[in-house]
Design a protein around this ligand. Structure first.
Ligand SMILES: Cc1ncc(COP(=O)(O)O)c(C=O)c1O
Length: 375
């Protein structure tokens, strides 16, 4: 059995575009169909408060397993942006505090800091890497005691660069700052662990490499920082009392449920996808991705100099994303779409993403078309 068989992939489609949107497993599709059907036919999500509590326990357990975290450290969100904004609205900011970012981040991982900085008179320090690599050395040039937060992607959306999060976290902690990781391009694909990296906060949408539905995401806050994060995004689940509807005074839940604004059944779709990933195991998925991307890199190299690989190919800097440059990239994309081969164009370059449902055959189909294109 190939992992491809777990997905209802349209016939003849060669899908190499998880960095935009991930496919969804058949089992998750069934969960989502059931949710939509119930919504249309029964309306009421037929569960008692006790059952909802059990759901919550199952969901956070599954999320904790995925991140190698504690279930008390997990909440569910609607996207990456909401998790980032929980951290920004939750920390206490003083005039002059600095936030370190870099110029390769996706806008979601830049704009919220700029907006906050303008409002609270904070300093934004932007790193400008000369190549695709957001290295520890570059980050260190911006670190001093004024830095309260470093925001960085685990995997860069435009290059596939995988940062050494463990080392970066250590350096930021040394000066008393926190690290907020945008992990949407890595969670579900790479063998990531919060215990290993010691990162403080993680925000990620669930609809790319986590192979979950739209409108879902996961948020992680390290246990010892939970009380510090008095986020402004509060809902009825954020209270100490689980789903308490009687009139009473609000107090933040001690665990990450404090970030939970509401409990939507669609999160169950994400949890099903995480369960599938957890059952296969991140180690195996990562190994598969590295095998297929190594093959892709080799095949692309054989097309040099017409094709030039832009991503770093160093083993510890690679990910599921491989980006290359080619003349008339827009035209190539058009030709690929005609052949039902899906990749994306980012900043004038071609971005190929390899996940558990991709294999060498997919790569061969892509390479064949590039061959025809440059002939
Ligand atoms: C690094 C990164 N962060 C965030 C997002 C999207 O954020 P959201 O989940 O809030 O839509 C993307 C989407 O491409 C991304 O690549």
């Amino acid at each position: 059995l190939s992992w491809k068989d777990l997905f209802p992939i349209e016939e003849r489609l060669t899908y190499l575009n998880t960095a935009s949107i991930g496919l969804m497993p058949i089992e998750t599709f069934e969960v989502m169909k059931d949710i939509v059907k119930k919504k249309a036919t029964n309306g009421y999500y037929q569960k008692t408060l006790e059952q909802l509590r059990d759901d919550w326990t199952d969901w956070t357990n599954q999320g904790a397993k995925l991140l190698d975290a504690k279930s008390e450290e997990i909440a569910f969100t609607f996207n990456t942006a909401s998790g980032i904004n929980y951290v920004l609205s939750g920390l206490t900011w003083n005039k002059g505090d600095a936030i370190v970012v870099n110029d390769q981040e996706f806008p979601t991982n830049r704009f919220p800091y700029e907006a906050l900085a303008a409002k609270k008179e904070l300093e934004i320090r932007t790193i400008h890497p000369q190549d695709t690599r957001v290295t520890l050395d570059l980050i260190k040039t911006q670190l001093d005691e004024k830095v309260k937060l470093l925001a960085i992607s685990y995997i860069q959306y435009g290059t596939g660069y995988r940062a050494d999060i463990k080392e970066i976290v250590e350096a930021v902690h040394d000066i008393g700052g926190y690290v907020l990781l945008d992990a949407i391009q890595g969670l579900g694909a790479m063998n990531f662990s919060v215990k290993d990296t010691n990162v403080d906060f993680i925000a990620s949408g669930g609809y790319k490499w986590l192979i979950g539905p739209y409108n879902t995401g996961i948020f992680y806050c390290k246990e010892e920082l939970l009380e510090k994060l008095q986020t402004a995004a509060i809902g009825w689940l954020s209270d100490t009392e689980f789903l308490g509807m009687d009139y009473h005074k609000f107090t933040y839940a001690k665990d990450a449920r404090r970030f939970q604004q509401s409990m939507m059944p669609t999160f169950g779709g994400l949890v099903k996808s995480m369960e599938i990933i957890n059952n296969i195991g991140l180690e195996k998925i990562e190994k598969h991705i590295f095998n297929v991307t190594a093959y892709l890199i080799n095949q692309l190299r054989s097309l040099e100099p017409r094709v030039s690989i832009y991503s770093s190919c160093k083993p510890d800097e690679r990910s599921g994303i491989v980006v290359f440059e080619i003349k008339d990239a827009e035209k190539l994309i058009e030709q690929l779409f005609k052949e039902k081969i899906v990749v994306s164009l980012r900043n004038g370059r071609i971005r190929v993403s390899i996940h558990l449902y991709n294999d060498k055959e997919d790569v061969d189909k892509l390479i064949n078309q590039i061959h025809k294109f440059i002939k």
